[in-house]
Write a protein that binds this ligand. Structure first.
Ligand SMILES: Nc1ncnc2c1ncn2[C@@H]1O[C@H](COP(=O)(O)OP(=O)(O)OP(=O)(O)O)[C@@H](O)[C@H]1O
Length: 422
């Protein structure tokens, strides 16, 4: 029954119509139904509570356009899934936060993001290899320098050589530098220059003795005296060939033993040009590589008069090699550099050999150094090294007297002869 249907009104006229006793209750029922339908429409009446309820569903005939109350809560079971059911209030999807919270002490990167590229790994490997090689090279350098006991050599020279601290320091520094490695591109040529009797040959002998001891092979040290090995009447070419053979033997032997040989050439001022040419050829890069690994010590009095003049001109100020140790550092170093430059330009005029040489000037000895030479020689000869006696002997020698200082004209050259007379 439709609530919107027109109500059952009795017909105005007709013979077959029931009487007023039947119509009155019908009208009451119709009114009641209308009333219930109206209440349902207004949702004032829950379904199934009306007089016509019983099954809980809207009554047929009471068509309603209004939504059912509690529609989302079915009152009986259906097979409809949640999808078929009327939509409830849609849940909002919560966004996941992308911020990752790490503990303070841990690394702040995602665990899976620690992949390294191949190039990065190769680079790390390369760095490790280079570092290892550098450490190895440093160790090898130390080993090579220790083999020659240069500290011991320095102490020996400082103890035995008087009045030449600058020359001794430069010789040791040059040797230290050269002997830091065994592989060289050229030999080391030390040129010791100075006036007579200042200790050039003395230093040459000390060097030869030291190298014989540390190399443990006397054949790796060659001492060549021009006057002895190449006396005056001998042909210079013969001397040259002999020198070439001697040096070739020494460097070849040193190559086998992986050591650096020492060649001391004394009285270079007496050497014929052919010998200097041969010596110069040893320094050339086109020589076989075993010639590159050698130390040549050239002793010469050439340039002695220039050194004497230099010392006397600078007598008033402290010199690097002065034995009193009181020196003005910068001025002294500059003065010695000037002296070396002057000597080189002078010596190169004699022979190009000196262009490649490390020049070491030996300065004049003063009276105190001569006294020390006497005491040393006296002790060596078995005399008591009495100071007064040594001073007495030193006073018998001749000196340059400049600016209150006394420089021995012949150094300690005559010391041996004078002590022998005692
Ligand atoms: N500076 C010095 N310290 C200690 N002794 C020295 C010094 N100079 C010379 N003597 C002593 O004097 C002697 C002669 O010196 P040495 O032969 O070294 O002089 P030199 O400079 O080589 O001179 P020359 O050019 O004339 O050969 C040496 O045997 C040594 O005993």
């Amino acid at each position: 029954m439709d609530c919107s249907q027109p109500s059952l009104e009795p017909a105005a006229a007709g013979p077959s119509l029931p009487g007023p006793s039947v119509i009155a209750p019908l009208r009451a029922v119709v009114r009641l139904r209308r009333r219930v339908c109206l209440l349902r429409k207004r949702r004032l009446l829950p379904p199934g509570t009306g007089p016509a309820s019983g099954a809980g569903a809207p009554r047929p005939g009471c068509r309603s356009g209004a939504p059912h109350a509690h529609l989302d809560q079915p009152q009986f079971f259906t097979f409809d899934g949640p999808a078929e059911q009327p939509s409830r209030t849609p849940r909002k999807r919560r966004r996941r936060s992308r911020v990752v919270l790490y503990p303070e002490t841990s690394r702040k990167c995602r665990p899976h993001a620690e992949r390294r590229s191949r190039a990065q790994r190769c680079l790390l490997l390369l760095v490790a290899i280079v570092g290892f090689q550098v450490l190895n090279a440093i160790e090898n350098l130390d080993d090579n320098a220790q083999r020659y006991d240069l500290d011991g050599l320095e102490k020996a020279l400082q103890r035995a050589v008087f009045g030449q601290p600058g020359a001794v320091g430069r010789i040791v520094a040059l040797l230290r530098d050269y002997l830091a490695t065994h592989v060289h591109s050229r030999p080391l040529l030390l040129a010791l220059h100075g006036p007579s009797g200042v200790g050039k040959s003395h230093v040459g002998r000390l060097l030869a003795r030291h190298f014989r001891a540390v190399l443990e092979d006397g054949a790796l040290v060659l001492q060549y005296h021009a006057r002895h090995h190449c006396p005056e009447p001998r042909a210079a070419q013969d001397c040259r060939e002999e020198l070439a053979g001697l040096v070739a033997d020494v460097v070849a032997r040193a190559e086998v033993e992986e050591k650096t040989p020492l060649v001391v050439l004394d009285e270079a001022e007496l050497m014929p040009a052919a010998l200097l040419d041969e010596l110069h050829s040893f320094l050339q890069p086109q020589r076989a590589h075993h010639f590159h690994n050698a130390i040549y010590v050239l002793l010469s009095s050439a340039g002695g008069s220039e050194i004497t003049r230099f010392v006397l001109q600078n007598a008033s100020r402290a010199l690097p090699a002065s034995s009193d140790g009181d020196r003005d550092g910068v001025a002294a170093v500059q003065a010695e550099e000037d002296l070396r430059a002057g000597l080189r330009s002078l010596l190169v005029q004699e022979h190009p050999l000196w262009q490649a040489a490390a020049i070491v000037p030996f300065l004049l000895l003063d009276k105190r150094d001569v006294v020390n030479c006497f005491r040393d020689e006296m002790a060596g000869e078995g005399f008591f090294p009495e100071q007064a006696r040594a001073e007495l002997l030193a006073a018998q020698l001749s000196y340059y007297r400049v600016a209150g200082r006394e420089f021995a004209v012949t150094g300690c050259k005559q010391v041996v002869a004078r002590v022998n007379l005692l």
